[in-house]
Design a protein around this ligand. Structure first.
Ligand SMILES: Nc1ncnc2c1ncn2[C@@H]1O[C@H](COP(=O)(O)OP(=O)(O)OP(=O)(O)O)[C@@H](O)[C@H]1O
Ligand SMILES: [Mg+2]
Length: 275
């Protein structure tokens, strides 16, 4: 699949990524990924690794392709009419676009948390239990109870909800709902968690709770987070990737990107000259 889109590119040349897009211990790898919506190219020749047990932040101005990139990693772009992805993306060395891949299990392995908390219109318990049930992860009610409790604990929500598991998920506060969505993602034993601006609907206190949680979760999972907040990127991530108009401009250790970027566009963005 690699390289088929080169002829379709319009006037502008692909810009080479500077910095360190590759990782010594990648959980996922992307090579020469192009994404089109119809005739319009949204991402150009993206090569980037998602490291194991660490957080990578995706930053860049609105419309640069951050969400599009995240959706490549669990094939959510498949659900968008007219969207086409080329290139090679692997999870633990296996091509996730291979015909043999079951997309439903892929999306459990590479879970996603969205901008707006979106619990199902069901109880707190059912929100977390639903995934393990459909993926056959529990044989007995007791096993299911255990998965629900462990997932809610890992999401830092157990103490707040243990006495109200049968209440609707939507009865929780925004920050609690987002942690419920994280618990729901964790419940199906993912390897990678994708988060698309997970705190943008939350107040600073709820945001701090989620940021602490992300820090905890990286011990067990690999995390890719899109954020518009550079403070958040610096607080939670070890690596940062800067996108601009569909190109991946620069990738590097977060401290380097925010203090000593190599590319002029990165520097302009982090110093607030545009975006
Ligand atoms: N479903 C879609 N159909 C057609 N074009 C789309 C679709 N989704 C995104 N695009 C286009 O692809 C480009 C990248 O969009 P994307 O949503 O990935 O950007 P983003 O970096 O996540 O932006 P934001 O920070 O505003 O969320 C934009 O030009 C956008 O208009
Ligand atoms: Mg987006």
């Amino acid at each position: 699949m690699v390289g088929t889109s080169r002829a379709l590119r319009t006037s502008r040349e692909v810009r080479e990524t500077v910095g360190e897009p590759f990782h010594e211990d990648p959980r996922m790898t992307c090579r020469n990924v192009d994404v089109f919506y119809g005739d319009k190219q949204a991402l150009r020749n993206i090569s980037l690794d998602i490291g194991r047990n660490q957080v990578i932040a995706m930053i860049g101005p609105s419309g640069c392709g951050k969400s599009t990139f995240l959706r490549c990693l669990n094939r959510m772009n498949d659900t968008i009419e007219g969207c086409r992805v080329t290139g090679r993306i692997t999870l633990d060395g296996k091509d996730i676009y291979d015909k043999s891949v079951d997309v439903v299990s892929l999306r459990a392995q590479v879970g996603m948390v969205f901008q707006k908390p979106n619990p199902f219109p069901k109880s707190i318990y059912e929100n977390v239990a639903y995934g393990p049930k459909i993926h056959g992860l529990a044989e007995t009610r007791r096993e299911l109870d255990e998965i629900v409790e462990t997932s809610l604990r890992k999401a830092g929500l157990w103490d707040e909800v243990k006495d109200r598991l049968q209440e609707p998920g939507t009865s929780l506060s925004g920050g609690q709902q987002q942690r419920l969505c994280i618990a729901r993602t964790i419940a199906v034993s993912p390897e990678v968690i994708l988060m698309d601006e997970p705190c943008s609907a939350l107040d600073p206190i709820a945001t701090a709770v989620i940021e602490d949680l992300i820090d905890e979760l990286k011990q067990q999972y690999s995390i890719a987070i899109v954020t518009h907040s550079m403070q958040q990127a610096s607080r939670v991530s070890q690596r940062t990737a800067f996108f601009h108009l569909g190109d991946l401009i620069e990738v590097g250790p977060t401290a380097v990107i925010f203090t000593n970027p190599r590319h002029e566009l990165t520097e302009d963005y982090i110093t607030g000259r545009f975006g």
